[in-house]
Design a protein around this ligand. Structure first.
Ligand SMILES: [Zn+2]
Length: 304
């Protein structure tokens, strides 16, 4: 048997995407796979590869990336959450190995969502856990647990305690501010607090599903500080607006007045935050801050 070529494995700091993708070996046998925009993780266990998610843009690279580094075959697919951009390639992954059964693991909320969706591109899990999964898969200690920072149907967070790798898909993107509306979270309250929940873990690398790089603690802390600055800024501005005056300008239509309040606080908060963060190391400040400010106004006004 020939040993794997490892021609697509690149060290941290090198990003050559001329093959369309690359892998990085974060810890022995644990690989980040990325096309530059989407990323996921797969790892050896001695008894078959475990892969997290199957983003459609990575589909054509998954089998090549695995066989480039190991003779183990894909045996387990874990769903982080039900969104189509992260697991829409799952049926194709299963179909790419017709001779090998692939176990699909998901949390109960994700399974419930997928049963209701009945989407052939997102095959139903073959194993559903509730709240926590803490087991050895082959030689690898794997912890999965439910969180709710992103999807209303629940998120599965993956933790490898021996390798100190934490994976929470769609929390953030290292080097960037979050994508619009706090990475399209369906729960701003839980999203804000997720950073400290995850920072409480002992980890060397933090994967969140996007960019060509693994985040480290300082990336998670920086994104948290940006998010919490938006919260404090929006709260201060919202609490200090003269609501009576703004509403009285639209005496005939309270709804117009409410829109005016949302628009005013969003604009003021976005201006302040862009000014404070535009020279920091995160990209996308001018692109997405207004959407974050707006999402935060809705949270502050109706849920905080
Ligand atoms: Zn998502």
């Amino acid at each position: 048997m020939t040993s794997p070529a490892r021609q697509h494995v690149q060290p941290i700091g090198t990003t050559d995407l001329s093959a369309g993708f690359l892998t990085r070996e974060l810890k022995e046998g644990v690989f980040l796979l990325t096309n530059g925009n989407y990323q996921t993780i797969f790892f050896t266990t001695g008894e078959g590869i475990v892969l997290l998610d199957a983003p459609s843009p990575l589909m054509s690279y998954i089998q090549t990336a695995i066989s480039d580094v190991t003779d183990e075959r894909l045996r387990t697919l874990v769903y982080s959450h039900g969104h189509t951009d992260h697991i829409g390639g799952a049926a194709a992954v299963v179909g790419s190995q017709p001779d090998t059964a692939i176990e699909i693991i998901a949390e109960a909320g994700t399974t419930e969502f997928l049963v209701a969706k009945d989407d052939p591109a997102r095959p139903l899990p073959t194993f559903t856990y509730e709240k926590t999964f803490d087991e050895y898969i082959g030689a690898r200690h794997v912890r999965l647990f439910r969180d709710n920072f992103h999807s209303a149907d629940g998120d599965t967070v993956l933790y490898l305690p021996d390798e100190k790798i934490l994976v929470a898909i769609d929390l953030m993107a290292p080097g960037w501010v979050p994508l619009l509306d706090f990475d399209i979270t369906e729960n701003v309250f839980s999203y804000m607090r997720a950073f400290d929940r995850f920072l409480a873990f002992d980890f060397d690398y933090f994967l969140s599903g996007h960019t060509a790089d693994a985040a480290v603690r300082s990336d998670v802390e920086l994104t948290r500080d940006y998010v919490m600055d938006i919260y404090r800024t929006v709260k201060r501005l919202h609490d200090s607006i003269n609501e009576k005056e703004l509403l009285s300008e639209h005496r005939d239509s309270e709804q117009e007045g409410i829109k005016r309040i949302i628009d005013t606080v969003t604009r003021q908060a976005a201006d302040e935050i862009i000014d404070r963060w535009k020279d920091r190391t995160m990209r996308g400040t001018e692109l997405w801050t207004e959407s974050h400010a707006r999402a935060m106004v809705l949270y502050v006004r109706w849920s905080d």
